[in-house]
Structures are given as structure tokens and as C-alpha cells.
Ligand binder design. Structure first.
Ligand code: GDP
Ligand code: CO
Length: 409
């Protein structure tokens, strides 16, 4: 892959947010000597180096009631070296959609000789593992893991950790183009190769989102929600640096990857606030603004943003869905301890003007989970063993211990 070296970054405390990086070649060839020919503007990363990172990566695919054809096309796009973890919250009755998903994934595994870990978010065994690990926050009144994409992401992250992966990346299961999925996962690897593998978060900004406007194909750049979310995050940064900025382009990036160490340390927000909250959590804890929980400014946290070349086409879920995303993203910024009063009133006015808040209705707070380091991992692991053993396409490990290799021989 040939990719631009970021020209600028904004720094707050230990957090560095790099400017958007463009991709110049999806495949820059394999020869390692291409690195020597770099000219300081772009870097070429040999295919083998990309694969080496992917061998240590798990890709989590959250699913809720997506069409089987879509899920399959996402799996087709994930590069072979990655371990695939599907976390589903599809209904099991009146029609057992999750059973259909399992069957279709098993079929895929048979053709590809690949191993896929599948967990159902509402599986009582998963809830029991969280209870055993002393992490009851994620459970609802029924004693099961709460509904929501963030909760699915947490399960996927923990499975990646138990299976010994060093990186975890996410791709939505409603993507129509396997080629786009394939590129995202390459972009993730490129981000880690360029920015190191300690505390790094790689986020994808879609090149465009095709839609039909006046009967012609139109490639829109920014969605309704990402425009507002990025602007609010940039205003938050500007409030502390004193310089107006537009560095944040990936506030809502569903497509992102992190080092597992960082993923375990992160506090996740629920609902559609999960992605913008990454920025908030990192700035709250490492931005050197609040009396931080960790005062070490030498341990850099890097946020890198890569612009994909493939357009993004996913299932259209309607206006109510976009409204939820806007409210969720702005609410997480509004309720941050970092949000200055002036920005807070601007966000509230924005939500009210656009009709997302009723008369006198407050901006509701977003639930934020404690970091996963609070979970007793050994006890959680014991509870999840049954799910790990049920991996599709794998032979159960002989001694019942989690296997660290990602794919069958
Ligand atoms: P958008 O793409 O951000 O507009 O949101 P989507 O509704 O497409 O959701 C993003 C991804 O999360 C899709 O792959 C969904 O199938 C998945 N998803 C949504 N809700 C849940 C949930 O409650 N649990 C899990 N595991 N996945 C979910
Ligand atoms: Co979607």
C-alpha cells in the first residue's frame, strides 16, 4: 500500500491527532526495498508487512438483523490472516435469525477453510461470564447483556484479547462492497505500521457515500451526522488550543481499529455515542487538561485517520436512525467534563433548532462503561470457554485452553 505521511497533527497532552492520510496505491508491491525509495511525502508498505500485522489482528463484525447476503459479502472481504469474530444481536424468535446466520457462516468457513468465532450477545452464557468477571454494568434487568452495538463491540474486543490478538478492528456487517471491507482492513494495518503498535487508534474516513440524487449517482462526502459530530469535536479541541482546527474527520467512524492494550483501557459509551466517545475518553484521560487519572504525558496516544479509496455503500436505515446518531454524538460531547459552557449551550441550541430536542427536554446523558481493565479476565475467560470451543471451522483445543493461532492448518 502506498500512503501519504500525515502533514500535520494537533497535540493535546499525550494525545496526537494526525491529519487525514490519503491512499495512493492499494497495493504497492512486495519488495522491501521500496521503503528505501520513499521521498518523505508518501510511504510504501510492502504487502508482506501488511499481512504480518493482519496475522496479529482480529476483525470484529457486529450484526443485528442484517441480510445474510450482506454478512457474507463482508466476510469475503476480510483478508485471510485476520481472525474473524462475529457478535450478533439478531432475534432468535419468532424466527431464529441467528441460527440462519450460523449456518451461512459455517458454509462460508467450509469454502474458505477459515475459522470464525461467533457469539450471540444475548446468550446467557455470555452474561454469566460478565457476572463472574465482576462487570455487572453491561447487564440489563433481565440479567442479559444490554442491546446495542457498543455492547457487541465490547464482547468482540474481549474475545480478541482471549485469543491473544494484538490488534482489534471493526467492520460493519451491512457493507455492500467486499472490496471496501478489504481496503479498510489494509488501511488499519498501514496505520499501525506507520504509527507504531503501542497506543494507536486508526480510523477510516470514507472517501464517499454514493446515493441517487435527481436520478443520477452522486458521491457525497459527508453525511448529516458526521458533519455535525466532526464540527463539535473540532470546536472542543479549538477551545483548548486557542486555534481553530478542522483536523477531526472521523468522529463517527464505525470503521476503526485499535491496539488491544488501548482497547482494554478505553471506556466505551453506549449506542451511537460509542465512536465519538473514543475521542472524548482519550482527551479526558490523556489530554493533560483535567487532573488526569494517568499523568504520564510521555506515553503518546496516537489517533490516525485514513481516507479510504473505496466508496462506502451500506444498508439505508432511515431518518430516525440518523437522528439517533446526531443526538448520541453531540450528547457525548455535551456531557464531557471537558466541554466548556459556551460549546455546551451551542450544542444544545443546535439540537433544539434542528428539532432533535423537544421544548424543555434536556440533553440526556449517555451511559459510559468502566474500562475493561476492571473486568476479572481470568474468571470471564472461564465463562467464555464454551463459546470459544464452538468456533466454526476449528477443532476444539485439546486442553480446553484458548488457542492463540488464528486459523486452522
Ligand atoms: P450505521 O452504519 O452507523 O448507520 O449503523 P448500523 O445500524 O448500520 O449499525 C452498524 C453495525 O452495527 C451494523 O453492522 C449492525 O448490524 C450492527 N449493530 C447494530 N445494532 C447492534 C447490536 O445491538 N448488537 C450488535 N452486535 N450489532 C449491532
Ligand atoms: Co450501516
Amino acid at each position: 500500500m502506498r500512503i501519504e505521511i500525515p502533514r500535520e497533527f494537533e497535540r493535546l497532552g499525550a494525545v496526537r491527532i494526525y491529519g487525514l492520510q490519503k491512499v495512493y496505491e492499494l497495493d504497492a508491491g512486495g519488495s522491501p526495498d521500496v521503503i528505501a525509495r520513499d521521498d518523505g511525502v508518501v510511504r510504501s508498505l510492502p504487502a508482506e508487512a501488511i499481512h504480518e500485522v493482519q496475522r496479529q489482528m482480529a476483525i470484529v463484525v457486529p450484526v443485528r438483523s442484517e441480510r445474510l447476503k450482506l454478512i457474507e459479502s463482508v466476510l469475503v472481504g476480510i483478508p485471510n490472516p485476520c481472525l474473524v469474530i462475529v457478535v450478533s444481536n439478531s432475534p432468535r424468535e419468532p424466527i431464529d435469525r441467528h441460527f440462519l446466520e450460523q449456518e451461512s457462516i459455517a458454509n462460508f468457513c467450509q469454502f474458505t477453510r477459515k475459522q470464525v468465532v461467533i457469539a450471540h450477545q444475548r446468550d446467557p452464557a455470555v452474561a454469566a461470564a460478565f457476572a463472574a468477571g465482576d462487570y455487572p454494568e453491561i447487564l440489563d434487568e433481565a440479567g442479559l447483556v444490554r442491546h446495542g452495538k457498543a455492547e457487541g463491540m465490547i464482547i468482540g474486543t474481549l474475545l480478541a484479547r482471549l485469543l491473544g490478538r494484538r490488534y482489534v478492528g471493526f467492520v460493519d456487517s451491512d457493507n455492500y462492497f467486499p472490496g471496501a471491507v478489504n481496503e479498510y482492513v489494509r488501511d488499519y494495518a498501514a496505520g499501525f505500521l506507520m504509527h507504531g503498535s503501542d497506543h494507536t487508534l486508526v480510523r477510516i474516513a470514507w472517501h464517499s457515500k454514493p446515493k441517487i440524487v435527481e436520478q443520477a449517482l452522486y458521491f457525497a462526502k459527508w453525511g448529516r451526522s458526521s458533519r455535525r459530530c466532526n464540527r463539535a469535536l473540532n470546536q472542543l479541541l479549538s477551545a483548548y488550543t486557542g486555534f481553530e482546527t478542522d483536523i477531526v474527520k472521523t468522529g463517527n467512524a464505525g470503521e476503526h481499529a485499535l491496539t488491544l492494550d488501548l482497547a482494554m483501557a478505553m471506556r466505551y459509551a453506549t449506542g451511537y455515542a460509542v465512536e465519538p466517545h473514543h475521542y472524548i475518553d482519550l482527551l479526558e484521560r490523556h489530554g493533560g487538561i483535567l487532573p488526569t487519572e494517568r499523568g504520564d504525558m510521555r506515553q503518546l496516544v496516537r489517533i490516525c485517520q485514513i481516507e479510504s479509496r473505496n466508496p462506502h455503500l451500506h444498508a439505508d436505515k432511515g431518518d430516525a436512525h440518523v437522528a439517533d446518531m446526531i443526538v448520541g454524538s453531540l450528547a457525548t460531547i455535551y456531557h464531557s467534563r471537558l466541554c466548556p459552557p459556551a460549546l455546551r449551550s451551542r450544542l444544545e441550541a443546535e439540537l433544539r433548532q434542528a428539532g432533535y430536542l423537544g421544548e424543555g427536554e434536556p440533553v440526556r446523558a449517555i451511559r459510559v462503561y468502566p474500562s475493561l481493565t476492571q473486568l476479572a479476565l481470568d474468571r470471564f475467560a472461564a465463562g467464555m470457554q464454551e463459546i470459544l470451543d464452538r468456533r466454526i471451522g476449528a477443532t476444539a483445543p485439546a486442553n480446553g485452553a484458548p488457542v492463540h493461532a488464528g486459523h486452522p492448518a
